[in-house]
Ligand binder design. Structure first.
Ligand code: ADP
Ligand code: MG
Length: 317
């Protein structure tokens, strides 16, 4: 028998007045899977999570979490999930241990389990020996680990992590992701939102979301392979802006965008474009220091599908 999905979302819609924040979104997530929602600010990620946690009623469509309908059985849903909200609230003026005790109480973890689960969370977060520290004094990455520990004290089967590592340095992010993979290995389903590319790469499967709509889905490698219709070239040139304008007008160029201090150019055929672009730039007096084929990143895929960078500017409201 095929296992029922841990999370099932069908044509989910959320409107605020006349504004559609989530527009007919569908996906399914299997038990133990790490599923990422990748999209820029304002694309509807938190709104989806809030509906799946039973905190916000969908305008239309249907969603269930471990078999419970989020609109009709929100209490049941909440008993089975852990939720780390975008601006998650640990109490800065409480000690590490006091935060854990508070959340254990909140989740109804009692009796012999109380000490056991708190011990487990301390161990998992790597905070054993730091029980007495004030939470507000923990560095960013450690606070996030504690917050995750607090969110899973009651051993939920599903955890929702809404931009759990925003503002955290890349090394701490990596460490945090080791915890997520451990949880997934234990069978916990993880839905995580992010606009960090490195994080998206750690997910088993992703949905790319833009302006409330899912624009692509699949494993990170599937998305990278299919989103770009052509070959990708890295072009370093000066001045960059003039190079971009010129390149956009060349035959065989499908798309071109600025990536950091260089250009990423989608072309129909890499080898031919390399020669032609070098000649075109040279004859216009634009100095090209590098033109070479590169493998597409998730960011390239995102730009190809939406015309914008996921970590970039906010969507107009
Ligand atoms: P993300 O988490 O991807 O940044 P959100 O889900 O928070 O996006 O928001 C999606 C859109 O819905 C944004 O334009 C936001 O301003 C709008 N929005 C979110 N919550 C509300 C609300 N309670 N009332 C009105 N608009 C809202
Ligand atoms: Mg959000």
């Amino acid at each position: 028998m095929v296992e029922p999905p841990s999370i099932l979302v069908e044509e989910l819609v959320k409107r605020f007045g006349s504004f559609t924040a989530v527009d007919r979104v569908s996906f399914r997530i299997a038990g133990g899977e790490i599923f990422g929602l990748l999209g820029p600010n304002g694309s509807g990620k938190s709104t989806i999570i809030r509906m799946l946690c039973g905190l916000l009623t969908p305008t239309a469509g249907r969603a269930s979490v471990v078999g419970f309908n989020v609109a009709k059985e929100p209490e049941e849903v909440r008993r089975h999930i852990g939720y780390m909200s975008q601006k998650f609230s640990l109490y800065d003026d409480l000690r590490v241990i006091e935060n854990l005790e508070f959340f254990a109480g909140l989740y109804g973890v009692k009796g012999t389990l109380f000490k056991e689960r708190i011990g487990w969370a301390l161990e998992m977060a790597g905070l054993k020996g730091s029980e007495a520290l004030l939470t507000g004094e923990l560095a960013g990455g450690w606070k996030q680990r504690l917050a995750l520990g607090c969110a899973v004290l009651h051993r939920p089967r599903v955890v929702f992590l809404d931009e759990p590592t925003a503002g955290v340095d890349p090394l701490s992010r990596r460490r945090f992701w080791e915890l997520i993979h451990q949880m997934s290995a234990d069978g916990v389903t993880v839905l995580v939102t992010t606009h960090y590319m490195d994080e998206a790469e750690y997910c088993n499967r992703l949905a790319l979301i833009d302006a409330g709509r899912i624009v692509a889905g699949g494993s990170p490698s599937e998305i990278k392979r299919t989103a770009i219709r052509g070959d990708l070239l890295l072009v370093e040139c000066a001045p960059l802006g003039r190079g971009l304008e010129l390149i956009k007008r060349q035959p065989g160029v499908l798309d071109a965008a600025v990536f950091g201090a260089a250009l990423h150019v989608v072309v129909t055929a890499a080898e031919r474009a390399r020669i032609e672009l070098a000649a075109a730039l040279a004859s216009a007096g634009v100095e090209a220091s590098r033109i070479e084929p590169i493998a597409p990143s998730l960011e390239d895929a995102f730009v190809a599908l939406t015309g914008g960078h996921p970590g970039g500017s906010e969507r107009a409201q």
